[in-house]
Design a protein around this ligand. Sequence first.
Ligand SMILES: Nc1ncnc2c1ncn2[C@@H]1O[C@H](COP(=O)(O)OP(=O)(O)OP(=O)(O)O)[C@@H](O)[C@H]1O
Length: 263
Amino acid sequence: MSTDTDPVVELRDGAVVLGGRPVVRGVDLTVRAGEFVTLLGPNGSGKSTLVRALTGLRPLERGSLQLFGTPMGSFRDWHRLGYVPQRAGAASGVPVSVREVVASGRLTRRRVLSLPSRADRAAVTEALEVVGLADRAKDSVATLSGGQQQRVLIARALAGGPDLFFLDEPTAGVDLPNQQALADALGTLSRSGSTIVLVTHELGPLAPLVDRTVVLRDGRLVYDGPPLDLTDAHGHHHHDLDAGRHDHHPDIVAPWDREDRRP
Ligand SMILES: Nc1ncnc2c1ncn2[C@@H]1O[C@H](COP(=O)(O)OP(=O)(O)OP(=O)(O)O)[C@@H](O)[C@H]1O
């Protein structure tokens, strides 16, 4: 973990209200360059909302946010951010190739109405290689599995050359080989110095990559520290990280969910 580098995300007292209800409440979060942070918490605890707020997609009701040291209101370097939303299929119904989807990730880099440059094409090819889909470039996205489509979206985010990635449950509903391919791609990114903020219910093959864990509960940050060993003394895995399999079934017994948890 790098603690001596500049913060790339600095949220102070962040609050988001949706439908009149506080969903993110008084969150302080600093992410430094090169960190790999996982954001955990039960269903509905506000993880996706927090990530959307950090990308500027959800306005803050209260608090302040800086990205790369610039207040959100004046931030313009959008090409530095990559965002892979939750449960997003890459297939649109319109026949579109894997390469075309990934190439759309270069649009923040290109001048309006200009043709793709050699650098654009090279970035797309490289992004496809990182996620292990170079051999599927010409195929229609619709012919890919859900896990492969998720990797296409990661390649799209990658193609823009961002150095800060937000990924919202990229492994949900993805089989083990695809999870491993995702972990390989994120490991490559992380080693190249990218900062990664990842929402997940289950780390699986991603676990070795994680520097730091942040846990939300009821919109509040209840843990921020080293990755948690969620296996108890009896070798049982705490149940809530499997909650993704039982959507909206908050059967919680994890450390941050005990009565004595700190606020
Ligand atoms: N557009 C919206 N309007 C009103 N409430 C919303 C909206 N979007 C989300 N919520 C509510 O905000 C709360 C937090 O949702 P969010 O999706 O951020 O949680 P999450 O931790 O990512 O959950 P999950 O693990 O199920 O994806 C939930 O109670 C949800 O119902």
